[in-house]
Design a binder for this molecule. Sequence first.
Ligand code: FAD
Ligand code: NAG
Ligand code: NAG
Ligand code: NAG
Ligand code: NAG
Ligand code: NAG
Ligand code: NAG
Ligand code: NAG
Length: 475
Amino acid sequence: MLSLASIVLSVGAALPLATANALSGALHRDVVVIGGGAAGAYAAVRLRDDFNKSIALIEKQDILGGMVDTYVDQKTGATFDFGVQTFLNVSGAKAFFDRFNVSVGSYSSSASLITEYIDFNTGAEVDFEVPSITAQIVAIAQFLTVIEPWESMLQPGYWNFPDPSNIPDDLLIPFGEFLTKYGLEDGAPIIYSTTGLGVGNMSEVATMFALQSFGWDMARALTGQLGLFTPTSGGNQALYNAIATDLGDDVLYSSTVLKSRRTNSGVSLTVRNHKTGQLTPIIARRLLVAIEPTEDNTSPLDLSPSEQNTLAKFTYSNEFAGLVDNAVFNTNYTYFNLPSTAAPNHTLIFQEEPMVASFEYTGLDHLFRVMVIGNTTSTADEAKALAQTNFNTLLKTGHLSSPQDQKLSWAAFSTHGPMHARVSVDEVKSGFYQDLYKLQGARSTWWTGGAFSVNFQTKLWEFNEGLIPKILEGL
Ligand SMILES: Cc1cc2nc3c(=O)[nH]c(=O)nc-3n(C[C@H](O)[C@H](O)[C@H](O)COP(=O)(O)OP(=O)(O)OC[C@H]3O[C@@H](n4cnc5c(N)ncnc54)[C@H](O)[C@@H]3O)c2cc1C
Ligand SMILES: *[C@@H]1O[C@H](CO)[C@@H](O)[C@H](O)[C@H]1NC(C)=O
Ligand SMILES: *[C@@H]1O[C@H](CO)[C@@H](O)[C@H](O)[C@H]1NC(C)=O
Ligand SMILES: *[C@@H]1O[C@H](CO)[C@@H](O)[C@H](O)[C@H]1NC(C)=O
Ligand SMILES: *[C@@H]1O[C@H](CO)[C@@H](O)[C@H](O)[C@H]1NC(C)=O
Ligand SMILES: *[C@@H]1O[C@H](CO)[C@@H](O)[C@H](O)[C@H]1NC(C)=O
Ligand SMILES: *[C@@H]1O[C@H](CO)[C@@H](O)[C@H](O)[C@H]1NC(C)=O
Ligand SMILES: *[C@@H]1O[C@H](CO)[C@@H](O)[C@H](O)[C@H]1NC(C)=O
């Protein structure tokens, strides 16, 4: 087994002279965390402030918060969250806001919007008759009863995911079939339009991945059994700005890992600031990876062939959210994309990704929120181009107040990148999740974030609560 000293030496030897000299100034930390989004920022605070561990947090952007996107209206100071909308009030969530003095209030969505269903590919009006809100909520309550027995298999995290021979069949059938089997079709529109659409054509994905995109706590929230909250001022970014203030110089912004060495006795990373070019060596006893384990993100992480083989099995959606400012949209409207075949009342028919999910009024001037769900290769340019194409179609087919061509005017745009990591049913049946969880703790490395848990901010905090004691063992 390598000692820390020999890791330092070998990294030093592999780096240019200037960097090798800088190694005398290496940061020594108990835990180094990669990614300052929901999962990484929370873990950094807990480890440092509550467990007295020294940390360094490496964040690619110049702010914390990841998928949180708070737009601030320059004229009025009003905020609109066009990325993460709201926080599930699961255990400990409210207390975490309290410790940063970020006051929160109940979340209320813009319920008074008028929804117009249109097939964005053709511009055809879709005469889709959505089930009444009562019928939808009744279905969600039944849905919760059906899925309740499986909660501990998938949340928080896959620690208790059953062995291949014990996986309930229902978790592996397409979600559309699942909803039909249990007579829950009326619940589909609200599952899809809130968070289910992240997986693209929700009817096609294996039920377990649809559950990870909506699931137990969203069902509880929609049926009034669990609160949803947001900060009362400053938008959702208010929390992450408070965390940034707290963590101070322990965050390395605008930085990514250039190369690393991971062993059972510790890790050694070289981190590069892409604005200044500065290289910072970090030597730590543990690594916590809080970014999606994509090929790009993991290429500097010195993966072993078996780590690489496992992580390469994931496929992702690529998601984008933005705000457009075009006066031709009608205020108070949501233009919602559904295939024509959803008419008159087929609740299980959704668009295939890549797709623009909707143009939705924000309540501010002429600003509309745009959500694009891409496939595993979609880029930001493709997402914007698709939104423009769909917009042209809406203009030409008379859905907007002017038929003239015009450019979408982007007031904000955010690339959320790969998320909703999932694998094929065959992989699940071949023990993928057991293999994935063998990575936890191996080579001094722990993994958090959506791929290892679920795509909700406060659920990731809950997942971290289970992970932190494991990270701390022997530290
Ligand atoms: C449009 C949209 C709306 C959503 N709404 C909600 C909601 O209302 N409520 C909710 O609970 N969840 C919501 N989610 C899901 C939630 O945002 C995610 O589940 C959560 O942010 C995932 O947290 P994370 O820490 O794993 O990743 P992220 O929050 O994405 O954080 C990853 C961080 O790592 C950084 N990073 C990425 N790559 C690197 C790298 N190579 N090196 C260094 N740093 C890197 C990123 O800049 C980012 O800060 C929404 C997601 C989207 C896309
Ligand atoms: C925190 O850790 C430091 C360094 O290991 C140690 O000196 C200090 O006593 C610890 N403080 C508490 C309150 O445990
Ligand atoms: C929160 O407010 C309390 C009381 O005013 C103060 O003692 C504490 O330092 C504040 N915490 C933060 C993180 O600002
Ligand atoms: C959140 O839950 C806490 C208890 O954990 C409760 O005190 C608080 O009122 C809840 N808030 C909301 C907005 O649901
Ligand atoms: C939009 O809705 C708000 C609030 O319900 C209302 O005051 C306003 O008149 C509406 N605007 C239009 C153009 O219908
Ligand atoms: C769906 O529409 C068809 C045709 O209008 C009608 O016969 C059927 O009862 C409707 N189904 C539901 C569940 O509303
Ligand atoms: C989405 O999947 C469902 C179920 O497989 C299918 O009926 C539907 O046609 C798909 N949508 C598109 C646009 O292909
Ligand atoms: C993703 O979508 C684009 C545009 O439709 C398509 O060209 C590409 O083949 C798709 N990629 C995958 C992996 O499906």
